[in-house]
Design a binder for this molecule. Structure first.
Ligand code: F0G
Length: 437
């Protein structure tokens, strides 16, 4: 199957060689996507092959991305690929979260089980492979934390030099620590994500550095496999809804593309609807979906949220995401800081846990079921995008009643769990714990 880069704009659809180092259409400025002209492989044969590979000890078969390599065939050789065994993330039943969300049943697809703790690894193994294929030496990204952690790991593992740019003081220490440990050259810029993205794009062009933000179409290809793996794990029975948080909207674009392509390839018979959830203070996509005119996104100039992963006011992939949400018959919701914090604590009480941005999913589900948009009986998969340990500071503050929303308003620790300081005294501790097993 051949591969090419195609402009996403319906009025343009210009085609370019798959090895061109471009991030936007040189003709019209539109976003680019990988496309694969030619007949799709037979669906039954693919499903059998992918299932068989789960038994294999070959590194690429063990990867939850490259196991599905026929679905992301942008490379002409697999030689540039480095895998850290990304993907392979579980589907977890969460009855307590289901009840909180107003559902009979809820399943989490937990991307926090990835090697660097977020869904970015699915895309980064592909982005790094393309960088190696193109004989790039240096790779760069701007990030709210997870992209940079992932890029640092995959670049270092692939022999590339990672250079990352992060908004100073606005990413969690867990994520910053990962970038440092994985050996990235790290710049903390005194600006927000949207401003730094513009800066990095100029720098990348000037210095010939390969850009690995989600504007990079090969990252999107990798993130498609999150949906493929989910369908495989469900024996190809699509859920009614897939719920995910929205920031720069790369994941929404990837999920929608995967669903469309799985339908076209005959791997599934119908598409789930996408529900994207944003934080109230950083919700330009929500505003766009609820505007009379959806032809232009109005950026939020000063985005605010404690869910720093999705603190983005000018999401680059909005035209793709809009198309995917509309095509799937989906919706966009927004939730408050309090709603995110409480939903996150509930996910924790399921024994599962996530970082704040991921918990926007459950907060959004609760609103969407209350509004009658999602049915109580619906079959829902919510994608938890990042691991609980990404942001321990937030957790400690919530449980000890010290968490404050960006404007300074206190966040109630509705489901708080305060630690108790005690002397080294058996009787005193026994008295606190009381009788009874
Ligand atoms: N959840 C987490 C944990 C994230 O890190 C991100 C994005 C999102 C959700 C939103 O995904 O951008 O595809 O809509 N983090 C990026 C980063 C922006 O730099 O790590 P999106």
């Amino acid at each position: 199957m051949s591969a090419e880069l195609v402009c996403f704009e319906p009025a343009c659809r210009a085609c370019y060689d798959i090895t061109e180092v471009i991030y936007n259409c040189p003709r019209c400025g539109g976003l680019l996507e990988a496309a694969y002209p030619g007949a799709a492989p037979e669906a039954g044969r693919l499903k059998a092959l992918w299932r068989e590979r789960r038994m294999s000890n070959l590194p690429l078969d063990q990867s939850g991305v490259w196991r599905y390599r026929e679905f992301i065939p942008f490379l002409d050789s697999l030689e540039p690929v480095v895998t850290l065994r990304e993907g392979n993330t579980p589907l977890l039943d969460a009855p307590r979260a289901a009840e909180y969300g107003g559902l009979k049943r809820l399943t989490f697809k937990h991307q926090g089980f990835n090697p660097t703790g977020s869904f970015k690894d699915n895309g980064m193994t592909c982005g790094a492979a393309q960088a190696v294929r193109l004989k790039m030496r240096r790779v760069a990204c701007v990030s709210t934390g997870n992209t940079s952690a992932s890029m640092a790991a995959y670049a270092s593992a692939s022999g590339l030099d990672p250079i990352i740019f992060i908004p100073h003081g606005n990413i969690s220490y867990g994520k910053l620590a990962q970038a440092l440990e994985y050996g990235a050259r790290t710049f903390q810029v005194e600006a927000n994500f949207d401003q730094i993205l513009a800066l990095v794009r100029t720098l990348a062009e000037k210095l010939g550095i390969y850009l690995l933000n989600s504007i990079n179409p090969f990252r999107i290809e990798g993130q498609k496999t999150i949906m493929v793996e989910m369908m495989d794990q469900r024996d190809w029975r699509p859920p009614d809804w897939v719920v995910l948080p929205g920031g720069n909207l790369g994941n929404t674009s990837a999920f929608g593309k995967a669903l469309r392509e799985m339908l076209a390839w005959g791997l599934i018979e119908r598409s789930p609807r996408l529900a994207v959830v944003q934080a109230e203070g950083s919700a330009p996509f929500y505003d766009l979906m609820h505007a009379a005119d959806r032809s232009a996104l109005h950026a939020v100039v000063h985005p605010e949220t404690l869910a720093t992963a999705i603190k983005i006011g000018d999401p680059i992939s909005w035209p793709k995401a809009l198309h995917e949400v509309e095509t799937s018959g989906g919706v966009v919701e927004k939730v408050t800081e309090q709603e995110i914090a409480d939903a996150k604590a509930i996910i924790g009480r399921c024994g599962i846990g996530s970082e704040p941005a991921s918990a926007a999913t459950l907060a959004g589900i609760r609103k969407l079921t209350a509004a009658g948009v999602i049915d109580r009986d619906a079959d829902v998969v919510a994608v938890l995008t990042g691991n609980l340990l990404k942001d321990p500071d937030y957790i400690y503050r919530y449980h000890t009643g010290q968490l404050e929303a960006p404007g300074g308003a206190p966040i109630r620790s509705t489901f708080g769990n305060q630690p108790t300081v005690v002397p080294n005294d058996v009787d005193r501790i026994a008295a606190i714990l009381g009788a009874g097993g």
